[in-house]
Design a protein around this ligand. Sequence first.
Ligand code: ATP
Length: 264
Amino acid sequence: MSDPTVIELRGAAFGHEDRTVVSDIDLTVRQGEVVAVLGPNGAGKSTLVKGLLGLVELQAGSARVLGSPIGSRPAHNGIGYVPQRHTLASAVKATAAEIVTMGRTVRTPWWAPWRIRSAGNRAIVREALAVVGLGTLAAHDVATLSGGQQRRVLIARALASRPEVFLMDEPTAGVDRGHQQVLVAVMRRLVERGATLVVVTHELDALADLVTRAVVVSGGRISHDGPPEEIAPHAVDHTHHVGEDEPPPSPVPTTFLPTTGGPR
Ligand SMILES: Nc1ncnc2c1ncn2[C@@H]1O[C@H](COP(=O)(O)OP(=O)(O)OP(=O)(O)O)[C@@H](O)[C@H]1O
């Protein structure tokens, strides 16, 4: 790649209808970086990632991915997206292999849709499922898989599209420690092959060896941007328990507390 800039946001604001969620975002991500996006619940991390996909409105500034405006076909086709929630996987009647095959849509000419089931694509789908440890579950209905398995199906779908950039929204959430290590190994291999990773996470520890840069989103702005070890411990702590636009939780009423020996 001659220009190593993969993502370029200048004064960008993203939001929904008349509500701006994140603003004044200046962010340049270069090829091969592994950027962790941290911040409390509701800070705007997912909105920022969806903004990069063109799924959320760009309300101010400029935003380019792989040299093209966000939402354009070259920008969109170069991104492998792992969404935060797996509603699609649980709502759709499809096998794991069928979901992963959807990742090949962007590599299939519109005038030859039948090619999505070519022998080459079937091999890519098999490989992607094997890489995330789901080779034996390819023919299983996704609705019958566990939450962590469905998450890995969505990661396999992103792998199958062979993108230059991965946007992963909490890829390790709900995934057991052993499979988290498998995913981290997969992510490391992707970076070695030249991919760029932007990963929203509340579990920086799981990705600590991989992350080259940490961006903290707080109050709808980027409040920190630098090497992960430079992120002040209080800033990372903050990401774990302080809600952004919610009141603090109320004390648990005593009626919710277990009684010792009495009626329940
Ligand atoms: N489709 C939508 N329409 C309107 N507001 C939305 C929509 N999606 C998210 N929001 C709001 O945008 C704000 C930021 O949400 P977002 O999901 O980006 O936060 P987050 O940092 O990813 O949180 P979490 O850590 O809980 O996943 C929240 O107040 C949320 O209610």
